[in-house]
Write a protein of this length. Sequence first.
Length: 109
Amino acid sequence: MNNILQNIDEIRRKKGYSQEYVAQQIGMKQSGFSLIMSGGRELKYNTLLQIANALQENVIDIITYPEKFIPTSGESDGIETILQIRLDTEKRDQIMELLFGEKGKELLK
């Protein structure tokens, strides 16, 4: 848990946010937020989610900081998807023709 608290603190400081600002954003007094950050009060998931929203971060990115776990738009190298469907030969040929035109069947030869 200490790593998560350290990560929150580093992200907060990097963004130039005060403890008071983050506390306000999550509907808490600064003293309560400070207790969480010092380990004096348990950090619950709902509070972590609110903190992540206030910091404009994903929860998983706070947990894995400084690494990004979920790429944001534009950072992805692409995603490969494989779909496997069992078809008889006739249906397979029809699907290949739909996807690739008249020459679709030739791709399988």
